[in-house]
Design a protein around this ligand. Structure first.
Ligand SMILES: CC(=O)SCCNC(=O)CCNC(=O)[C@H](O)C(C)(C)COP(=O)(O)OP(=O)(O)OC[C@H]1O[C@@H](n2cnc3c(N)ncnc32)[C@H](O)[C@@H]1OP(=O)(O)O
Ligand SMILES: O=C([O-])CC(=O)C(=O)O
Length: 374
C-alpha cells in the first residue's frame, strides 16, 4: 500500500522563490520579506512589483509599473456587455471567474511568449480584475459604469468604482494594507490550482479562472463571506457562547478559524484585527469585533485553533461598507498578483503536475454484462 497524504498534507510539490509560510512559527515571507515588514510600509503596487521581479522597486520602477497598471484598466466592450447583461443575482465571484475567462478570448496568452509579454498579461489581469468586480456590482444595481480613472491607486480605484466617490485616505490605506496581506501565500489551494493548469502549458487566463474557482470555496477564500453570515446569524455578543457550542456539537466548521499550515496565529490576522477594531469602533458598531473576539477565544481554548486571514478581514470590509458578496472577489483582486507570479514562475521551469492515486475500487477483472442483464 502506498502512503496516501490526504489533501497532500506535508507534500512539497515544487520550489518557489515567491512566498514562504512558516506554519509552526506563524511567519509569512514574500520573497524574503517578513509580512510585518511589508504591511503598512509598502503599497500593494510595490508588492506586485516584488512578486513579479523578486525585489522591491525604486521610485522610477514603481512609477513605471503604476502607469502600466493604470493604462490597462479599460475592459474590452464584450466583457462590459457581459457584465451589464449577466443575471443580477449571480454571485460576483462567479461573474469574475467568467469575465476573466472571457478576457482570454480578447488577448493571446501562451507559455512560450517572451517573459515580458507574459508579464504584460499578468499586469493586465491585476489591473482589470477589480474593474470587473466593481462594474458588475454597479450594473446589478442598475447604476452607470463610470469611465476608469488613471489618477487613483489600485485600492482607491476599486472603492471609487463601487461607490462612485473617491474614498477617504483612511479607507484607501485600509484596503491597500488588506491587498498587501492577501497577495501571496505559497501553495495554497487556489495558487496550486493555477500552477497545475499552467503546468499543462495551458494559458494564463485558464489558470487564473481555475484559481478563482478554487478560491471561491468556503474552506478557502470563501470563508471571509462565511464569517459575516455567521456573525449576522449569531446576532449579538451574549449569544456567541451558545451558538459556538451548538455548532461544534453539530461538527460544523467555524468560518475564519483554523489553517492547514499555521499551527499558531496566522501573522496576517493581527494586522486585520487592529484595523477591524478601529473601524468598527469608529462606526459605533463594536459588537462585530466583540463577537469575533469571543469566537476566537472559545476556539483557541476549546480546539487549539486560531483565527486565519479571513476572520478579521470580514469585519474590515464590512466596516468599509462593502457588500458581503464582494469579500471573496476582493481576496481574488489582491491574490491576482500572487497567482500570476506563480504562473510565470511555473513556466520558467515547468514540469507537468501529475500525482498518483491509490486505487481502492472494485476488484480488478470486472466483466461487462450485456445491458439488459445488468
Ligand atoms: C485563506 C484561507 O484559505 S484560510 C482558511 C479559510 N477557511 C476557513 O476558515 C474554513 C474553516 N476552517 C477549516 O475548515 C479548516 O481549518 C481548514 C480547511 C482551513 C484547514 O483544514 P485541515 O488542515 O484540512 O483540517 P481539518 O478540516 O482536517 O480539521 C482537523 C480537525 O480540526 C477541526 N477543525 C478545523 N477547523 C475547524 C473550524 N474552523 N471549526 C471547527 N472545527 C475545525 C476539524 O473538525 C477536525 O476535527 P476532528 O479531528 O475532531 O475531526
Ligand atoms: O495557505 C492556505 O492554505 C490558505 C491561505 O491562508 C491563503 O491562501 O492565504
Amino acid at each position: 500500500m502506498a502512503v496516501v497524504s490526504k489533501g497532500l498534507e506535508g507534500v512539497v510539490a515544487a520550489e518557489t522563490e515567491l512566498g514562504e509560510v512558516k506554519g509552526q512559527e506563524g511567519i509569512l515571507y514574500y520573497c524574503g520579506y517578513d509580512i510585518n515588514e511589508l504591511a503598512g510600509h509598502v503599497s500593494y503596487e510595490e508588492v506586485v512589483y516584488l512578486l513579479f521581479h523578486n525585489r522591491l522597486p525604486n521610485r522610477y520602477e514603481l512609477d513605471k509599473l503604476t502607469t502600466a497598471l493604470r493604462a490597462e484598466r479599460e475592459l474590452p466592450q464584450g466583457v462590459i456587455d457581459f457584465l451589464t447583461r449577466a443575471p443580477k443575482d449571480a454571485k460576483p465571484i462567479d461573474i469574475m471567474r467568467t469575465a476573466v475567462s472571457m478576457l482570454g478570448c480578447y488577448n493571446v496568452s501562451r507559455h512560450d511568449l517572451a517573459m515580458s509579454e507574459n508579464m504584460a498579461t499578468a499586469i493586465r489581469l491585476v489591473s482589470q480584475v477589480g474593474v470587473i468586480a466593481a462594474y458588475f456590482h454597479r450594473a446589478r444595481q442598475g447604476l452607470d459604469l463610470p469611465p476608469v480613472r488613471k489618477d487613483l491607486s489600485e485600492a482607491a480605484h476599486f472603492l471609487y468604482l463601487i461607490t462612485g466617490e473617491v474614498p477617504s485616505k483612511e479607507a484607501e490605506a485600509t484596503l491597500d494594507v488588506a491587498y498587501v496581506l492577501h497577495a501571496e501565500h505559497g501553495f495554497n489551494a487556489s495558487t496550486f490550482t493555477a500552477r497545475v493548469v499552467a503546468s499543462t502549458l495551458s494559458d494564463m487566463y485558464s489558470a487564473i479562472s481555475a484559481a478563482i474557482g478554487a478560491l471561491k470555496g468556503p474552506l478557502h477564500g470563501g470563508a471571509n463571506e462565511g464569517v459575516i453570515h455567521m456573525l449576522e446569524e449569531i446576532g449579538s455578543p451574549d449569544k456567541v457562547d451558545a451558538w459556538v457550542e451548538d455548532a461544534l456539537a453539530q461538527k460544523k466548521k467555524i468560518m475564519g478559524i483554523g489553517h492547514r499550515v499555521y499551527k499558531v496565529l496566522d501573522p496576517r490576522a493581527p494586522h486585520l484585527k487592529t484595523m477591524a477594531i478601529k473601524l468598527s469602533n469608529e462606526l459605533g458598531e463594536a459588537k462585530w469585533i466583540q463577537m469575533s473576539e469571543r469566537i476566537a477565544t472559545i476556539m483557541r481554548e476549546r480546539k487549539g485553533l486560531n483565527a486565519n486571514v479571513d476572520f478579521y478581514s470580514a469585519t474590515v470590509y464590512y466596516s468599509l461598507g462593502i457588500p458581503t458578496d464582494l469579500f471573496t472577489p476582493i481576496f481574488a483582486i489582491s491574490r491576482m498578483s500572487g497567482w500570476t507570479a506563480h504562473v510565470l514562475e511555473q513556466w520558467k521551469d515547468n514540469r507537468l503536475f501529475r500525482p498518483l492515486s491509490e486505487y481502492v475500487g472494485k476488484p480488478y477483472g470486472q466483466k461487462v454484462l450485456p445491458i439488459d442483464e445488468r
